[in-house]
Design a protein around this ligand. Structure first.
Ligand code: 9MG
Length: 276
């Protein structure tokens, strides 16, 4: 069970986290009001498609992306959180800024998805002061430069050691283990080979049996493998989602919710069948 604010998420089957991006390149509109309307419509589509929870992000974390100011992040985020006030699913907010965390948690978020794993000054306290869930993700460097020259002596051991240290820090700050989720951060300061090593060894990345989140949907590693542009990576995303599930992922962070649910339904039917 993952404690997630007022929610208790059962982890007896893999859960689907639907991505809702609030970055300007995700919209066709021309201003905050139309962007908010489109984002809320996308969130409701993800819910109708069968998402178990949503992940809302207002700052791009793509390779090469420059940071967004706190004010701009909140300007994008707050109207969407307000409009989703009636949402019956847990809402995760993808942010590493302590001030944004506090505002998001006060406005309906019940999970913080932090690509910096609560390393920003004040982030640990912002989360510890609530009962939200938190996803601690590994990243080498920061989005602006992380893909320039990723290097590890042993990527699996490095990610394990990092996650172990962040779990210890979170527990020491008073965040209970039933609120923690771990993530190796596919594509965050990693070459294709690093990502493949992490996916192959995914089941070895859980520290103290804490649940794992996998975010591989539409990522460039799939483009490199298949030669497909981002709009044509559904099949690759589903294959990667199932491989992560097979290796113990509890939550899949995806763009294509209904397709992922179908793939998981097939996986689950095989996994729970009574073999003659
Ligand atoms: C925000 N974001 C983009 N990719 C991600 C991933 O793989 N994991 C998590 N936790 N967040 C991500």
């Amino acid at each position: 069970m993952l404690r997630c604010g007022a929610f208790q998420l059962p982890l007896t089957r893999p859960l689907v986290m639907g991505i809702v991006n609030l970055t300007p390149d995700s919209f066709s509109g021309d201003g905050l009001a139309s962007n908010t309307r489109e984002a809320v419509a996308r969130a409701r589509q993800q819910i109708d498609a069968g998402a178990d929870l949503l992940d809302i992000g207002a700052e791009s974390s793509r390779p090469g992306a420059a940071p967004t100011s706190e004010e701009e992040e909140l300007r994008r985020l707050l109207p969407v959180l307000e409009a989703l006030g009636d949402c019956t699913l847990p809402i995760s907010v993808d942010t590493y800024k302590p001030a944004v965390m506090r505002v998001a948690l006060a406005n309906g978020a019940s999970m913080i998805n932090d690509i910096f794993a609560l390393r920003m000054p004040g982030a640990m306290a912002a989360v510890a002061d609530s009962d939200c869930a938190v996803c601690l993700m590994h990243m080498q460097g920061a989005p602006l430069t992380m893909q320039e020259q990723p290097a590890y002596a042993d990527v699996v051991a490095t990610v394990q050691a990092f996650l172990r240290a962040r779990v210890s820090a979170a527990l020491a700050a008073g965040i209970s283990r039933d609120r923690l989720l771990l993530d190796p951060g596919f594509g965050f300061g990693k070459t294709l080979q690093h990502n493949l090593d992490l996916l192959y060894h995914f089941d070895e990345l859980s520290i103290d049996k804490l649940p794992l989140l996998a975010g591989i949907s539409r990522k460039s590693m799939l483009g490199t493998i298949t030669g497909r542009p981002v709009a044509q990576r559904l099949a690759g995303s589903l294959a990667a989602a199932l491989l992560a599930t097979q290796r113990g992922a509890s939550i899949l962070r995806v763009h294509d919710v209904s397709e992922t649910r179908d793939a998981l339904a097939v996986w689950q039917a095989v996994n729970t069948t009574e073999v003659a």
